[in-house]
Design a protein around this ligand. Structure first.
Ligand code: MG
Length: 217
């Protein structure tokens, strides 16, 4: 059973939804087009890696990129959630990595194949502890960052999202339904790049929570 921690208590994870291409500068850096509706993919819960664990990169890729993202933990599930009510379905917020085998993803894109091997390997869904909404106002914008070996690689600001948090929640609830314990990776800002064995990663969400991983040698 896959779990995350929120305020020191384990929470069972249901589904892991991820939003792609949600920041214009990142869409541009990979040469992709803007989407007319949120671009959604899934990761298996076996891809989770919690704060403090080592990240093992898959041996079948030579180009695993970090994608630093705000992550939501859903508290109350539902279908057809109105945008106006959407934020009330969030239980907590965290910060995580949507690790992506870019070489494998590029081949999948060319062949029209699914992204699962590029996005769903063990440790591909690294995530911090979550902080409950009773301690943090989720209606405000969040800034977040990733440092690799002490150097800032990615800096994000949720006010720059193409599809804001409430829109994402409402959209997922209409199309798939949301369940208590679902995680939502909300998209990465620009600055994605390859990880190397031994890299030390520090993620920080606006003074709310931070997380650290080391890439296994
Ligand atoms: Mg991503």
């Amino acid at each position: 059973m896959a779990v995350v921690r929120m305020d020191g208590v384990e929470q069972t994870v249901s589904n892991i939804f991820c939003i792609g291409r949600n920041y214009a500068a990142h869409v541009a850096e990979l040469g992709n087009q803007l989407e007319e509706e949120p671009l959604v993919f899934l990761k298996p819960t076996s891809a989770l890696s919690l704060n403090g664990q080592d990240i093992a990169l898959p041996t079948y890729s030579n180009d695993v990129h970090h994608e630093c993202e705000l992550v939501l933990l859903i508290g109350k599930g539902g279908h057809d959630i109105p945008v106006a009510d959407a934020l009330s379905h969030i239980a907590g917020v965290g910060i995580g990595l949507d690790l992506t085998a870019r070489d494998v993803q590029s081949e999948a894109k060319k062949g029209g194949k699914p992204w699962t091997k590029a996005k769903g390997f063990r440790h591909a869904a690294s995530v911090s502890d979550f902080v409950a909404v009773s301690h943090v106002d989720v209606s405000r914008p969040f800034s977040f960052s990733l440092q690799v070996n002490g150097e800032t690689r990615q800096q994000g600001d949720t006010s720059l999202m193409l599809y804001p948090l409430a829109t994402i929640i409402s959209y997922l609830s209409q199309t798939y339904g949301l369940t208590a314990g679902d995680l939502i990776y909300t998209g990465t800002p620009q600055g994605v790049a390859a990880l190397q064995a031994g890299d030390v990663l520090h993620l920080q969400l606006d003074g709310v929570v931070s997380a650290d991983w080391t890439v296994a040698a």
